[in-house]
Design a protein around this ligand. Structure first.
Ligand code: MV4
Length: 449
C-alpha cells in the first residue's frame, strides 16, 4: 500500500501527480530547487524538501539528494513525472533498491527502450511493424551502402542513444553516405558518448501517431487509443489531438490490437507510449517512451480514465482496473501547449506573471502551476500551461478551444496563445490535413508575410 509519494518533478506535472495522489487519499512530498521555493507544487504538497540550487543537474537530476529526501520524509513511492529522471533506468533501480516503490516501468524495460537499436529489435520480436532499415547497428560504410542500396535512397542515419530527433542525418544519395555517416557518428559520440548508429528508409511526409499503452507487469495490457502529435517545431510538440483525424475506426482497432498484444508480451508495467510514423495508410514503429507523457490528458479526455491514478495502482501491485473490452472511446480532445515564449520567435520569456485567469466552462481543462504574482524562473522549460479541450466531435472541440483561448489571460510574460489562435483557424488544420512537415512550413510562411 502506498501512503506517501515523493514527486520528483516540478511545474504542472508535479501538480497533476499531487492531485491524483490526494484524490486517492495519499500524502505528497514535493522536492524543489532554491529557484522553486515559492512554486505552486511546493505550496500544495503536504511536505516540501529543498534538494539543491537552480540548475537541474544539481537539484531535479540529483539522485542522491532525491533519495535522501525520500528517506527523510519516509515516502514509500517516487513518481518521476516526465523529463528529468523519468527514463533513467539507473535511478529507477536505485529507488527500488531502497525499498521505495517506483511509479514507472521495470528498470530493465526503461533501459531496453532507451537504446533505440534494442528497442527496434524488441519491437520486431513482439510483432510491431518497423521502418525498413538495417538489422541493428551499422558498423561500416560498406555495410551501410549495402543496406541503403537494398531499401533505396533517401535513407536516415539515426543514433542508437538518440531519440527526440537528436543525431539524425538524411542521406539523399550514395555519394553522401560516407561523409554523413561519419558526421552522425561524431555528433552522437559528442552528445551521448556512444557513436552507435543505424539506418532507416527516410519517410518524407509521415504523421506522428503514438498509442498510449498500459500494463500491470503481470501480462495484462490495454491500449488507450492514439494521439496525433504531428504538429511539432524543432521536435517540440505544439498541439496534440485524439483521435487522429487520419485514422478510420477500423485502422484504430486493428493497430490498437497489435499494440496491446505487444505490450502484453513484454510484460510491461505502467504507462507507456508506442511511437509510430504513419504514411500511406501504414504504421512504422520508431520508439517507445517509458513514461507518462505531457499530452496524456487528451487520452484521459476521450477515455474518462485517470492515468496517474492507474500508474499508482499498478505500482502498488494491483492489476489493471479494466480490460480492453471495457475501454470506451468517446468524442475528441485537443491539447495546446502554452509556453512562456515570444509567439513569433519562440525566444523564452521568463519573468513575473501579473494577471492570470484560466478559462473554464464545458469541456475545458487547464493543467498549470501558474498563479498571479508567480515568477517564472529562467532555468527550466518554458511550458506554463496545458489547455485541454473536449468536444463530442472535432469541430465542437475546435470551437470550444477557440473560445477558451479567448478567455485565457496571462500578462507580464509573452505566451504562445496567439500562435494557437492562428493555428486553429487555418484551413488545413480545420480539415485535419497535416504531416510532421506542416507546422514548420506554416511558420516559415507566416514569417514571410
Ligand atoms: C524518422 C523520420 C522519417 N523517416 N524516421 C524525429 C524524432 C525521432 N523520434 C524520429 N524522428 C523522425 N524519424 C524515418 N525513418 C522523420 C522523423 C521526424 C519527426 C518525427 C516525428 C515528429 C516530428 C518529426 C520531425 C522531423 C523528423
Amino acid at each position: 500500500m502506498i501512503r506517501k509519494i515523493l514527486i520528483a518533478n516540478r511545474g504542472e506535472i508535479a501538480l497533476r501527480i499531487h492531485r491524483a495522489a490526494h484524490d486517492m487519499g495519499i500524502k505528497t512530498v514535493a522536492v524543489h530547487s532554491t529557484a522553486d521555493a515559492d512554486a505552486m507544487h511546493v505550496r500544495l504538497a503536504d511536505e516540501a524538501i529543498c534538494i539543491g540550487p537552480p540548475p537541474a543537474a544539481d537539484s531535479y537530476l540529483n539522485v542522491a539528494n532525491i533519495i535522501a529526501a525520500a528517506e527523510i520524509a519516509q515516502a514509500d513511492a517516487i513518481h518521476p513525472g516526465y523529463g528529468f529522471l523519468s527514463e533513467n533506468a539507473r535511478f529507477a533501480g536505485i529507488v527500488e533498491q531502497h525499498n521505495i516503490a517506483w511509479i514507472g516501468p521495470a528498470p530493465e524495460h526503461i533501459r531496453t527502450m532507451g537504446d533505440k537499436v534494442e528497442a527496434k529489435r524488441t519491437a520486431a520480436a513482439i510483432g510491431l511493424p518497423l521502418v525498413p532499415g538495417s538489422d541493428g547497428a551499422v558498423t561500416s560504410v560498406a555495410e551501410a551502402q549495402k543496406v541503403a542500396d537494398a531499401i533505396g535512397y533517401p535513407v536516415l542515419v539515426k543514433a542508437a542513444s538518440g531519440g527526440g530527433g537528436r543525431g539524425m542525418k538524411v542521406v539523399p544519395d550514395a555519394g553522401s553516405l560516407g561523409p554523413l555517416m561519419a558526421q552522425a557518428k561524431a555528433e552522437a559520440k559528442a552528445a551521448f558518448g556512444d557513436d552507435t548508429v543505424y539506418l532507416e528508409k527516410y519517410l518524407s511526409e509521415p504523421r506522428h501517431i503514438e498509442f498510449q499503452v498500459f500494463g500491470d507487469g503481470k501480462g495484462n495490457a490495454v491500449h488507450l487509443g492514439e494521439r496525433d502529435c504531428s504538429l511539432q517545431r524543432r521536435h517540440q510538440k505544439v498541439l496534440e489531438e485524439a483521435p487522429s483525424p487520419a485514422l478510420s475506426p477500423a485502422q484504430r482497432a486493428e493497430m490498437g490490437e497489435v499494440v496491446r498484444s505487444a505490450v502484453a508480451k513484454l510484460g510491461y508495467r505502467g504507462a507507456g507510449t508506442m511511437e509510430f510514423l504513419f504514411e500511406d495508410g501504414k504504421f512504422y514503429f520508431i520508439e517507445m517512451n517509458t513514461r507518462l507523457q505531457v499530452e496524456h490528458p487528451v487520452t484521459e479526455a476521450i477515455t474518462g480514465l485517470d492515468l496517474v491514478a492507474m500508474q499508482i495502482m499498478v505500482a502498488a501491485g494491483e492489476p489493471l482496473p479494466l480490460t480492453q473490452d471495457e475501454v470506451r472511446f468517446a468524442g475528441h480532445a485537443i491539447e495546446c501547449r502554452i509556453n512562456a515564449e515570444d509567439p513569433a520567435t519562440f525566444a523564452p520569456s521568463p519573468g513575473r506573471v501579473v494577471d492570470f485567469h484560466a478559462p473554464g466552462g464545458p469541456g475545458v481543462r487547464v493543467d498549470s502551476a501558474l498563479y498571479a504574482g508567480y515568477r517564472i524562473p529562467p532555468y527550466y522549460d518554458s511550458l506554463i500551461a496545458k489547455l485541454i479541450v473536449y468536444g463530442d466531435d472535432r469541430e465542437q472541440c475546435r470551437m470550444r478551444l477557440k473560445r477558451a483561448l479567448e478567455e485565457f489571460i496571462v500578462t507580464g510574460v509573452k505566451t504562445t496563445i496567439p500562435l494557437h489562435q492562428a493555428l486553429l483557424d487555418d484551413p488545413d488544420f480545420i480539415r485535419g490535413d497535416y504531416s510532421i512537415k506542416w507546422l514548420e512550413r506554416w511558420l516559415a510562411a507566416r514569417a514571410e508575410a
